[in-house]
Design a protein around this ligand. Structure first.
Ligand code: ATP
Length: 204
């Protein structure tokens, strides 16, 4: 049964910062509180208001992160905007042991690293409808300085270039209308076959 087989594979979501990955995932976890488990990453960045240690991230010091790195605790890790981010084998295992489908939110460097492991996830890219829309979302979110918005936008270009390479992602979902994007993500997460969207040109 293809659907069951796909449901058992972890689901890796990636896409530029501010594209709406957390928004879409929050909806998925709210609608299916028992089916999915989020792979909580480790990070050395400071918590944003409202973020809880162990929920959005495991917040750790740089020293602790480097210690874990030495112990080969991470499936993938990256340094982004001066902070480390990483997914530990332990967190993915913990989700799977609960009988849930593990969902990972990973940036491009991490996607490359995961491709070198035997995790065999479904890779899904969440794309913005345009760079203008992405900039707007980052600015409206109110969590970034102008310099940080700029950094994230230049990273976004790299992520999108990588996503254009063949066979990097099984499915692309353009987060234009959040309701529409969510319906596609939901099907994919439940293990159904979905027809993704074409990558927008993003040359604005
Ligand atoms: N389809 C959409 N249309 C308009 N705004 C959206 C849409 N989806 C999400 N947003 C808004 O865009 C902002 C960024 O979304 P979100 O924080 O979910 O992005 P993210 O991809 O998780 O970013 P990061 O990787 O930095 O955590 C939020 O303010 C969110 O409400």
């Amino acid at each position: 049964m293809a659907a069951l087989a796909d449901f058992l594979r972890p689901l890796v979501l990636s896409g530029p910062s501010g594209v709406g990955k957390s928004t879409l995932l929050q909806r998925l976890f709210a609608e299916f509180p028992d089916k999915f488990g989020f792979s909580v990453s480790h990070t050395t960045r400071s918590p944003r208001p409202g973020e809880i240690d162990g929920k959005q991230y495991h917040f750790v010091t740089r020293e602790r992160f480097l210690e874990l790195l030495k112990e080969d605790a991470f499936i993938e890790h990256a340094e982004f905007s001066g902070n480390f981010y990483g997914t530990s084998f332990e967190t993915v295992r913990a989700v799977e042991q609960q009988g849930r489908r593990c969902i990972l939110d990973i940036e491009a460097q991490g996607v490359r690293q995961i491709k070198a492991t035997d995790l065999n996830p479904v890779f899904c890219f969440i794309a913005p409808p345009s760079l203008t829309a992405l900039r707007q979302r980052l600015q409206n979110r109110g969590t970034e300085t102008e310099a940080s918005v700029q950094k994230r936008l230049s990273m976004a270009l790299k992520e999108i270039e990588y996503a254009k390479e063949p066979k990097v992602h099984e499915v692309v979902i353009v987060n234009d209308d959040v309701e529409r994007a969510y319906q596609t993500l939901k099907k994919l997460a439940l293990g159904e076959k979905v027809v993704g969207d074409p990558l927008p040109p993003l040359d604005d």
